[in-house]
Structure formats: C-alpha cells, structure tokens
Design a protein around this ligand. Structure first.
Ligand SMILES: Nc1ncnc2c1ncn2[C@@H]1O[C@H](COP(=O)(O)OP(=O)(O)OP(=O)(O)O)[C@@H](O)[C@H]1O
Length: 729
C-alpha cells in the first residue's frame, strides 16, 4: 500500500472517531465542504472535502502584508475563486493587471497543485509582497466569511476592527494636520527643519544633548562612541539624521550601533523605547536593508500602528508601508498559511479560540473514554447518540489546564509519555488529531507550528532568512519561551534588536512558561546566553512622568527579585506634586474622597491645569468604575469612560451578532449570542433555553435557528421532545 493510501485511511479513521456531537467538527466540516465545492468543484470533487483539500498543495504562495490578514480568513493565495483574488489585490508590477489561479496536474501523478500566477506567469519568488488595495481593508472584509468564524475568534476580529478604527482616526488626524508628525523629532532639540546638520554641528549638538541629559561629565569612551555615531549619521538622509540627533546619547547609541551585532535595549516605561526603535529602523534602512526585509514584532496591533506611523513620519509613508510590523501571532499565521500542507492542513485552516479548544478537549476526553469502554458500547454510532456530552464536560475540566499548558510549552504527546503521563499523552494526541481532522490550529499551534516549519524544513528556514534580514522585537519581556525559540531561529543572522523592560516581566507567569520547557526563567538571560556577542544598552531616563512618580516607582521596583540593581531611573522633569496614599474603609468612602479631591482641584483657580479634563481615575475592576460613574452623574461632574473597548462591550457584541445573522451562510454561534442577549431571563434560565435548543438541533441534525423557530412555533411535539431528550441524557 502506498504512503498516500495509508495516510488516507489514517485520516478517515481519525475523522470517523470524532463524534457527531462535537459541534466544532460537525458544522465546520459540512459547511466548508459545501462552500468549497461551490467555489472550486475540481478541488473538492469527492465527498471527502478535507482529504482533497489536503492534497491541494499551494506550491507557490504570495506574501501579503501581515497586518492585513484577518485571523480566520484564508490567505489570499489560497482563496478560491478568481473574482475574490482579483478584487482584493492589486497587481505587483505596473503592467500586470490581475492575479488568477490555475490548476494543473503533475506529471505522472494525480496530485493537484494550485498555482498563483500573475499575468499568466508563475511567480517563482514566494516572498513578493502583494500590495493590497486600500478599499479592501474595509469592515466588510471582516464580515465577509461569517461561516469561518468561531465565537472566540471575535476577540481577534474585534482587535482588528479596533486597529482599523484607530488607523482611520489617525489618518483623519493626519489629514487635518499634515505636519504634526514631523514636528516630533525636530522640536526636541529645537533644530530648525531648514538646518542641514554638518558633522561639526552634530558634535556640538551631541555635546549639548549630553549635558542636557544628565549633566554628568562624559567618560572618554562614551565620547568616542558619540563621535563614531555622529559620523555614521553623516551619511544619512537629512530627515533621518535630524531624527537620530533628536535622541539622547543612549538612545542614539542604541539606534546607531552596528547592525550585525545583536542588540538588547533594556528600558523602563516612557524612556523612549519606541523612539529608539524608530531610530534603529532608520539606521537599518540607511545601511541598505530594504524595508520589506525588516521584520518588527510588537505585542499589539496598536503598537504596530504607532511604530509604522512614527517611522512613516521620518522615512516616508511608502517605506513605512513596506515594513513588516506584526504581532507574533499574525506573523506565524502567515507562515503557517503559506506552508499549510507541511502541517497537514490546507491554507484555509481555521483558528480555534478558547471555546473551540475547550470543546475539542471535551471531545478528546470522550474519544479516550470511548476507546476504554469499547466493549461495553459496541458501536460508536450508538454510543454517540446515547451519551450526553455534558458527562465529558465535567471530566474534561481538569484536562483543559493540562492541554493548554502543554500546548503553551510546545510539548508533544511523546514527551508526555516519556514523563510517564500516558493518559495526558493520549488526550493530547486525541486533541491534536481532532484539530488535524477539522483542519484547524489553536493559537499556541501557530507558534509551535512556525517553529516546526523553521526547524524541520530547511527551505522554509532559507526563505525566512532571505526575507527577514533584520528583526526588531518590542516588549521583549512578554515573549514566551516558544516565541523566543522562533526569534532565535529567525535571527540566526544575528541582526536582531530586542527592546524590553526586565522590571515588567510577570515572574510567576514567565517562570512557569519558561521552566516548563526546562529553559531559563527569563528571556533576557536566554538572549544573553544564545547571543554571546550581543551589546546591551540601558535607557534610564524617563520622559513621561514627574520626578516624584519616577522615584516612587523606582523604590517599589527595587523590591523585585533578580533585577539588575544598577538600573536606576532618572527624570529631568519637574518634581511634581507629592503622591498621597489614602486608605479608605470601603468603596463608598473611597469614592467620596476622590470626588472631594476632584472638586477641590477643579475649582482651584490658582492651578493652571485645574479642569475636569486634566483629571484621570484609574481603577482595577469594572464594578468600581460603576460606582464612580453613578456618583459623577449625581454630582453633575462631566466624565468620559475609557474602559472596555467599544467593540468588546456586551451590547456592541450583541449588535454585531445580530448583524451577522443577516448575512448569508451565518452559522449557529451568532444566533446563540443573539438569544443570550435578548431572552428576558436570568443567566441560568437563558443557558437552559439555549442548551435545550442545542439538544434539539443536534438530535434533528438541523441548524440552531431552525430548531429554535420550530420550538417557538410549537412544531415539535411534547412526545418528540421527551423521547429524544430522554435518549440524549
Ligand atoms: N530623547 C528624547 N528627548 C525628548 N523627549 C523624548 C526623548 N525620547 C522620548 N521622548 C518623549 O518621551 C515620550 C515617550 O517616548 P516613547 O513613546 O518613545 O517611549 P516608550 O518607552 O516607548 O513609552 P512607553 O513606555 O509608554 O511604551 C514621548 O513623548 C517622546 O516624545
């Protein structure tokens, strides 16, 4: 039997094991089969859609900017249908007018390949950046594939929406004040935009800046560095040079240090990390690295947007657009989609969020139980029909933590087995099989699969090395062990800059993640060990806060264990008013005290900043916020709330779910959410009704909404309900 046939049978065995009750697999497999058949009859001509999709290898893929890929949307190169691809992506060269897909059979093989070609020419370089047309980045894109979205995906989708909104408001602000961003760099040292900075000017300016920064006498070694850095600025375009000169000595040293030496910038809040990273990117560009070969990793989409905007203000929007500034997950998503076939997935694979992951774990436990009780329950079909999935829910609770932890650390079933945890190995194995069968990856898989691609496939490693010639990582302290592993491989060329605050790392979390892997408890330590020739620079001057705040924070941070004791923060800002520590008996007393203080400040005409708009209240829990809001209304104090992001508010989520139900091919989840929002019952009762509708829809093998409408239209008889519900419980 050929390997292919063995795989085929194995795949079918896996799929057959998965219960019809596993909601994630049932609707996804059915729905995707139908959709894809419709769009691409050749690709999925057999009933076993997934099997055929796995065969269809995307042999030549195109890179699109990472920021523009939404999480559960298939990559453009893998989308079916010419129309979609044509409308979404503009041509690469001026004369090429469209991109289209062709399919051809391999010689002596029935294996089908999908090529992406431009103007009928197959593109040999899989890392050419496609330019997405601006109108495509509209909200409608994010709603255009409702059936591919799982409920937990909402989080990432909402983040993307937030990012678009931020982008739009930033663009609007820019339109209103086109020179605003240019002012940032030049205003710092009062350099007129007309001035061209000659070398001698730079030296004196550097000297001034030094004096201004800390007032210390420079050690001669540092003075040499300043001269060297100033010389390196000499060859820069004027705008770059001006920007670099606006940085303080340490920031400038970091930005301009040799790009072939790994660089670690350890910096506290408000010390100009972003400003320095912008300087570093300018330096890389000046050294001849193309913007499309620079990869900057940030932890949030808003940080990515800010960095792009700040680079764009100096280097020009065109260059800034070409940079790849991405989160770890969107970077990995793109890599996995481009090489999905190597991961036994198709490029359209789904991302499972927490909810789907939980359901898959329940199913993994059920499979194990099923195998154990094989004799007692002769056929799987009977078993599936009679057992209540709720039984497994309880049993699986303890396994959820285990699987999440194992996945977060990239542990394999074989490794669990080696450690003597056979049950854990079996459940992890089942879980992984389920994800393969459902053509899905979870969030942890995105990172571990990228790591696998880079380590097991030399061609992928080479592609990445050719593509990402320099790497910059923001918020390095938040990098997990697996993400760090990914970075270490990507940065085999040593052109890596990491920026982070070692005081900000959350020890408990980080230590558990790192130690799970048997690695160091700190990413910084790992970096020092893995890049022994690295250079380390500390930024200690805080530009954001008053001296009083910086000193108080420093005192507190001194208590952190394992911290670098030589790191003392400075602030040249004014001392500012003293911090008052007030203990209150309860929340009401606290609220009353705060209101008194606000009224006292806001009505004090002697203080220049006395106005309600200059006062902020930070609170830890939503519930405390409510109390403030009620009291402010009562006392007629005007206020704004910046708490839960707009799109994460319950009411907004409910409205989005309602809108989704109006789209064709809407799946069950939006309906569930709408029911949850609209049913006039208490939480438990709502859950009861939704579970009831779910049961009926499972028994009748129909959609949630059709079961619900039958129930509410009383089309389901009492006898039917009682009989089948008794069977399923
Ligand atoms: N060398 C400098 N001279 C004057 N102002 C500076 C300098 N470096 C940074 N700043 C100012 O300090 C503020 C914080 O800078 P930036 O956002 O780069 O710091 P950060 O460390 O990234 O901040 P955060 O900790 O909030 O991420 C900004 O207003 C910036 O303009």
């Amino acid at each position: 039997m050929s390997d292919e046939n063995v795989n085929f049978i194995h795949f079918h065995q896996q799929t057959a094991r998965i219960s019809q009750n596993f909601r994630a697999s049932k609707p996804l497999l059915d729905r995707k089969r139908a959709r894809d058949l419709e769009n691409s009859p050749d690709q999925l001509s057999s009933r076993d859609g997934i099997r055929c999709k796995l065969e269809a290898q995307v042999t030549e893929s195109k890179r699109i900017p990472l920021m523009e890929i939404s999480v559960n949307t298939p990559s453009p190169c893998s989308r079916t249908g010419n129309k979609l691809i044509q409308s979404e992506y503009s041509s690469i060269s001026d004369d090429s007018s469209y991109i289209h897909r062709t399919e051809s059979n391999r010689e002596n093989s029935d294996e089908r390949k999908v090529f992406v070609s431009i103007n009928n020419k197959h593109v040999s370089d899989p890392f050419v950046t496609l330019i997405k047309q601006p109108e495509c980045a509209s909200l409608s894109d994010y709603f255009s594939t409702p059936s591919l979205l799982d409920d937990d995906f909402d989080e990432s989708m909402l983040e993307e929406i937030d990012a678009i909104c931020e982008q739009q408001s930033a663009a609007k602000a820019e339109r209103q004040d086109p020179i605003v961003s240019l002012d940032v760099g030049s205003s710092r040292n009062d350099i007129s935009t007309d001035d061209f900075i000659a070398t001698s000017d730079i030296l004196s300016l550097s000297h001034d800046v030094r004096a201004l920064d800390n007032g210390d006498v420079l050690d001669p070694k540092e003075f040499d560095i300043t001269i060297a850095l100033s010389t390196s600025c000499e060859s820069m375009p004027e705008e770059y040079s001006k920007y670099i000169q606006s940085l303080n000595d340490k920031q400038r040293e970091a930005a301009c240090s040799d790009i072939s030496i790994p660089l670690m910038i350890v910096a506290g809040p408000g010390s100009g990390k972003t400003s320095t990273m912008v300087g570093r990117v300018l330096m890389l560009l000046n050294e001849g690295i193309s913007p499309s070969n620079i990869l900057a990793m940030t932890f949030t989409t808003s940080a990515a947007l800010e960095m792009r905007e700040r680079i764009g203000a100096v280097a020009g929007k065109k260059k800034a657009k070409e940079l790849t500034i991405s989160t770890f997950h969107s970077f990995s998503l793109q890599l996995c989609r481009s090489h999905a076939e190597k991961l036994e997935r198709t490029a359209e694979f789904l991302i499972y969020g927490h909810g789907q992951q939980r359901r898959a774990i329940i199913e993994a436990v059920r499979l194990l139980e099923n195998e154990k009780n094989c004799d007692a329950h002769k056929t799987e079909g009977n078993f599936n029909g009679r057992r209540n999935p709720e039984d497994f829910k309880d049993k699986s609770k303890k396994w959820q933590k285990f699987v999440t932890k194992a996945k977060a650390s990239g542990k394999t079933p074989a490794e669990c087995c080696k450690m003597g945890d056979e049950m854990g190995a079996a459940i992890l194995g089942n879980y992984n099989d389920i994800l393969i069968s459902c053509n899905a990856l979870d969030y942890h898989d995105l990172i571990s699969c990228s790591l696998k691609l880079l380590t097991d496939f030399p061609e992928v490693f080479k592609e990445c090395q050719d593509s990402w010639k320099a790497i910059i990582v923001d918020e390095f302290q938040d990098t997990s062990a697996m993400q760090y592993g990914l970075l270490r491989i990507l940065a085999s060329h040593n052109r890596i800059t990491i920026v982070g605050d070692d005081d900000q790392k959350t020890f408990i979390l980080l230590q558990s993640i790192f130690s799970f892997n048997g690695a160091d408890s700190s990413g910084f330590d790992s970096f020092r060990k893995d890049f022994p020739n690295h250079k380390e620079i500390r930024l200690v001057r805080n530009y954001r806060s008053t001296r009083c705040i910086v000193e108080a924070a420093s005192c507190l941070i001194q208590n952190n264990v394992n911290r670098c004791q030589s790191k003392n923060f400075l602030s040249e800002n004014s001392h500012g008013s003293k911090i008052i520590l007030k203990e209150c008996y309860n929340q009401d007393a606290q609220c009353a005290y705060v209101i008194d203080k606000i009224l006292e400040n806001a009505t004090d005409g002697t203080v220049a900043s006395s106005s309600y708009g200059n006062i902020a209240i930070l609170y830890r829990r939503q519930v405390s916020g409510k109390l403030f809001q009620t009291s402010f209304r009562h006392r007629k104090i005007p206020f704004n709330v910046h708490s839960v992001a707009f799109y994460r508010k319950k009411v907004v989520r409910a409205i989005i779910a309602m809108l989704k139900t109006a789209l064709p091919a809407c799946d069950d989840d939006p309906y569930r959410k709408v029911f949850k929002a609209l049913l006039p019952f208490e939480k438990e009762e709502k859950k009861g009704v939704i579970d009831y509708v779910d049961k009926i829809s499972t028994i009748r093998k129909c959609s949630f909404i059709s079961a619900a409408s039958d129930i509410f239209n009383a089309k389901i008889s009492g006898t039917f309900k009682r009989f089948y519900l008794a069977m399923s419980s």
